[in-house]
Design a protein around this ligand. Structure first.
Ligand SMILES: [Zn+2]
Length: 121
């Protein structure tokens, strides 16, 4: 499977595949040739639970062509639990800022043609 296919399969199960530096332990979201922190070349795959808190979000009321049926929704940034990593995804049925607060517990809930789907825990 390609890296993208692995991301999709794991997201459908609520998980996130990351790449951990075997020298310093720094986690990377995508594959890299060198660790961004220490420059080492060794990595191992680590599967994380896709849970965290909402770091920030943008409400989409005017969707790009082809995505109108999903509106309103939010483009959200999820700060993953126990790591420095942040991922972005989409949360359905968010129409106003009152529908979602920064700091809300959320999790990866799937993957579709928009990308990673995130929902409240
Ligand atoms: Zn490292």
């Amino acid at each position: 499977m390609s890296i993208e296919e692995q991301l999709i399969e794991n997201a459908k199960q609520g998980k996130l595949l990351t790449h951990k530096c075997t020298s310093c332990g720094y986690l990377h979201l995508s594959t890299a040739y060198f660790c961004l922190k220490c420059g080492s070349k060794g990595f191992e795959d680590v599967l994380l639970e896709g849970t965290g808190t909402i770091a920030t979000f943008t409400i989409i009321t005017v969707a790009p062509e082809g995505f109108e049926k999903y509106t309103p929704y939010a483009f959200v940034v999820l700060q993953l639990d126990n790591t420095h990593l942040r991922i972005s995804g989409f949360m359905e049925k968010i129409a106003t800022p009152a529908d979602l607060l920064v700091g809300t517990k959320a999790k990866i809930a799937g993957f579709d043609n928009r990308g990673i789907i995130i929902e409240k825990q």
